[in-house]
Design a protein around this ligand. Sequence first.
Ligand code: KIV
Length: 286
Amino acid sequence: MSTTFTIDTSTSRATPVSAPMKRLTVPAVRNRKGGEPLVMLTAYTVRMAQLLDPHCDLLLVGDSLGQVIYGLPSTVPVTLEMMAAHGAAVVRGSYHAVVVVDMPFGSYEASPQQAFESAAYLLKQTGAAAVKMEGGKAMAPTVAFLSERGIPVMGHVGLTPQAVNALGGYGARGRSEAEAAKIVGDAKAVAEAGAFAVVIEGVVEPIAIAITDAIAVPTIGIGASAQCDGQVLVAEDMLGLFERTPRFVKRYGDMAGYISEAAQTYAGEVRDRSFPTADQIYAPKS
Ligand code: KIV
């Protein structure tokens, strides 16, 4: 059994990842349209990637790391360098899932050429297989430009968080007929331009179903519909790291409670000197 990287396990806390099977590919993901639902979670760090990878078809290095890791107010300030550093960590920590890295705000909207340079930089720096890009019809020529040049693109329509300043918030999209039609048109445009899958975020359910029926590539829902071809959540939301989460999040754990409890126990043991014990200290050689 091989490992994806070599480390000195006596001194490093990193856990080597065994690689008993080949990594999934973008074409394999595209072929899952209408088949077994695709499982995608975000990952930003090596250890989370190691833990999530065996259960996921795709790991998304989302620009949500701006809020989750860096405490930024939105995804707008996230940079290409941040995405590259976290993307490389996630690739190092995974062997099975297709790793997709988000294109951050300002790195792709100006022109297809700008997008190609940013996407090529991300793929070179990280070893990821694909990039994700927010936007609909306006981004279709860019999706085509990248796809035709060997860069797989995942689309992202509906609620597009990088546009928060234009949208005025993170509420569900598509409540009017006109907006619903626009979102369906956006999804069709990026799919026809060559996107291998499309994330549908924060829309009223009939829109997600209409898009899933209308396009030839898998849809991956978040706050969308169980009828999408797959689902994605921010891992830290799903694990219960935050007290407040969007309505579409289901908490499968209580990481916040677990961490608080462990930190409180540790603090108590440091203060009453019951930690460290003989088990955690080095005795002189006899
Ligand atoms: O950045 C992110 O985590 C995302 C998902 C919510 C789809 O784009």
